[in-house]
Each structure stands twice: as structure tokens, then as C-alpha cells.
Design a protein around this ligand. Structure first.
Ligand code: ZN
Ligand code: ZN
Length: 383
């Protein structure tokens, strides 16, 4: 069937949009959950005496506005949310953020962005320095004059720390898909299959089950390869006398899951059995310690103490976990020195490991929601 011409959203405001390119969408009130998120950002802007805030990161934009387009700059002022994008995302912007003022720019230049600053007479515009390249910053700083750019590191990331019910439901769905795919793949694993076979099969099963994509490239490491915590799957072949470390996740509705399990196709070598029981104890004790009021550092310390006491401290060279949500790795880092205090609504991973070069490694990872009274393990696969 031939596509019919799409109806343009009529201009429904008194403002003079920039000639021919800006469209004020029909919906005026911001629906939940974005209403509350925009309000929180505005409160933060007020606190920092900013009259504008520029969001460049795609996941920050999605969290704030629901817009998923690859090309987007969101400018938040005291009264307006402006979505700068291009013609490819015209329809997506109408569907996903009909309440924002859409500007379809023909060229992605600092001047075009600065034009919006001038339209709202902005003087101090915040931005996240982690998401703007030096070239973009220099260009925009010049074009924006006399408006000043003010670096506010991690402003939206900090707000993303606490997940609402919808976000937790999305993470649960990403877990359900990842776990079901894993269960299918484990039945299919047998000696002779390679790490790459397993990684590809996991991605295939997750997509069949509803994942948009893999949350990150899966780590599948056979035998001694598992001593490299961030190993990339290669030609390692499954054997009856070696374990397989699998660290994988699905992205569903933009939210991710992140799990690690050990698979033993045959017998478990005694050293690996010993290591696995130590890692399991560290994993369980750290999870049981999770509750509001403790710091991420303390959760890490609980896991680390178990492994150190067993004599494997130097073989546990990474943090115990990390926050997760729209990104696979978000704040808080659950590691040494992280002073962030856990609060209900945070979702973190707990994933201690022991790695012995030349022999192998064991890591066990689960996704944990901090609740009012303690914690809830969101993953359901036994380990
Ligand atoms: Zn992982
Ligand atoms: Zn992880």
C-alpha cells in the first residue's frame, strides 16, 4: 500500500516560531512521568541560577522527554521544553514528545542551537560536560555569547539514580527476557560449541523473546579465559572439564538487565568448586547487606571481606557492582570509596568474582532493587 501524506501538526500557539521550522505541538501539559522529571530539572536549574539547561545525551533525553531519536538536543527553560532534531525524527518527536516544542533543524551547528538560546533570552545555560565534545563546547560557547555555558556534571544522571515503578517494571522485563534466553541456550550448550556460538545464540534468543538488542556484548569465557573479567568471546571450545562464565543482558523498552552465571557442562574442577563457593558467599552476604542508609562502599566491603578472608583478595580486582537502568553502568559504583548512600528505588548489581590467571575465574551477578525495608532481588535465576 502506498503511504499517504502525513498530516502536519497545526501551530497552536501565539509565539512566532522560527520561520518554517518550528512547530508548537498540540499537547500542552506534560504527561507523567515526564512532568515530574522536568519539574525536578527545573528545580535544580533554579538552585543553580540557570535559566536554561541543554541535554545532549540520548538516554538523558529519553528519560526526560520520552524522545528516542538519535539526533536530539533538548533545551529546557523555565516555561518551555524545546526539542531540536532533524527531519528523520519528525514523526517520532510527535508521537513520543507531543508536548515539547519541536524544532527541525536543517543543519546541526552551534549557531542553530544558540539561536534558541537567544529566542528565550537565556543568560546561563547548564550542560553536562561528560556529554559534549571539546569541539562542540568551544563552538557553542562562542556562538552562544553573551549567554554563558555552565558545566553541571551528571545533573540528570543523579536524578536517574532513583527508579520509579515503571522503570523497575522495565528492568524486570529485561531480566525476564535475558533469563528465558539463557535457559534455552544452556540446554543447547554441549562440548564442541564455541564461545562465539554461545554469544550469538544468546543474542538471537533474546531478540526472539522481545529484546531490542543485547544490553552489551555478552562475555562468554571458557575455562582459563574466564580469568579475564572483560573477556571478548572468541574460539574457545566448550569442554566437559571446564566451566563457562557468561555475563549477558537484554535491552527491553530501553532498560537493561545484567547477569553473570557459571555453566558447568561436565564435572567441576575442585579449585573452581572452591572458588565458586567463596564467590557465592560474598555475593549472598553483600546482597543481604543491601538496605537504605548504607553506603555503596559498605556493600562492596562486605563482599570484599569474604574474599579477602578466604585468601583471594588480590584476585578480586574490580568493584562489587554498579547502578543500572537505561545504561548498563550507571551511578552508584558499588566499590571502594563510593560515599553514595543507598535509597529505596536504586537498582544495583552485586557481582563479586575471583580470577586466577591460567586456571579460570568465577563471577556471579544479580540485579538488586533497594526497597524501604531492605532489598529485593529482581533476577530469578538460581546461581
Ligand atoms: Zn554483567
Ligand atoms: Zn554488571
Amino acid at each position: 500500500m502506498m503511504p499517504t501524506a502525513r498530516k502536519r501538526v497545526p501551530i497552536a500557539c501565539n509565539e512566532n516560531p522560527t520561520k518554517g521550522v518550528a512547530v508548537k505541538n498540540k499537547m500542552k501539559t506534560i504527561p507523567a512521568p515526564h512532568r515530574e522529571r522536568v519539574a525536578r530539572l527545573r528545580a535544580e536549574m533554579q538552585r543553580r541560577k540557570l535559566d536554561g539547561y541543554l541535554v545532549q545525551n540520548r538516554m538523558d533525553q529519553y528519560w526526560l522527554t520520552g524522545f528516542t531519536g538519535e539526533d536530539g538536543f533538548v533545551l529546557v527553560t523555565a516555561r518551555q521544553v524545546v526539542l531540536l532534531t532533524d527531519g528523520r525524527f519528525d514523526e517520532a518527536a510527535d508521537i513520543e514528545s507531543p508536548w515539547a516544542r519541536k524544532v527541525l533543524r536543517k543543519v546541526r551547528t552551534p549557531e542553530r542551537t544558540a539561536q534558541e538560546f537567544r529566542k528565550y533570552k537565556l543568560k546561563r545555560v547548564g550542560f553536562d560536560p561528560g556529554h559534549l565534545t571539546v569541539a562542540e563546547y568551544n563552538g557553542l560557547r562562542k556562538a552562544a555569547r553573551p549567554a554563558r555555558l555552565v558545566a553541571v556534571p551528571g545533573a540528570i544522571l543523579d536524578m536517574r539514580l532513583l527508579k520509579d515503578e515503571g522503570e523497575v517494571a522495565a528492568i524486570r522485563e529485561a531480566l525476564r527476557v535475558a533469563e528465558k534466553a539463557f535457559t534455552r541456550v544452556v540446554k543447547w550448550i554441549k562440548p564442541g560449541r564455541t564461545e562465539r556460538d554461545i554469544s550469538a545464540r544468546l543474542a538471537y534468543e533474546m531478540q526472539c523473546l522481545g529484546a531490542q538488542e543485547v544490553a552489551f556484548p555478552s562475555i562468554v569465557a571458557v575455562g582459563p579465559n574466564a580469568s579475564l573479567p572483560h573477556y571478548e568471546p572468541g574460539n574457545g571450545v566448550v569442554r566437559n572439564d571446564q566451566g563457562i562464565l557468561i555475563d549477558w543482558g537484554a535491552r527491553v523498552n530501553w532498560y537493561v538487565s545484567d547477569l553473570t552465571r557459571m555453566v558447568w557442562p561436565g564435572h567441576v574442577p575442585p579449585l573452581m568448586a572452591k572458588i565458586q563457593s567463596i564467590v557465592k558467599e560474598a555475593h549472598d552476604k553483600a546482597i543481604e547487606f543491601v538496605k537504605p542508609g548504607v553506603t555503596a562502599h559498605q556493600v562492596d566491603a562486605v563482599a570484599r571481606r569474604v574474599i579477602e578472608k578466604a585468601g583471594y583478595g588480590p584476585q578480586f580486582g574490580h568493584a562489587t557492582g554498579h547502578g543500572m537502568g537505561l545504561d548498563g553502568h550507571e551511578a552508584p559504583r558499588v566499590g571502594k570509596g563510593t560515599k553514595i548512600v543507598l535509597k529505596p528505588g536504586m537498582v544495583i548489581t552485586v557481582e563479586p568474582g575471583i580470577y586466577i590467571p591460567g586456571k579460570g575465574g568465577v563471577r556471579l551477578e544479580d540485579d538488586i532493587l533497594v526497597t524501604e525495608t531492605g532489598y529485593k532481588v529482581l533476577s530469578t535465576l538460581p546461581c
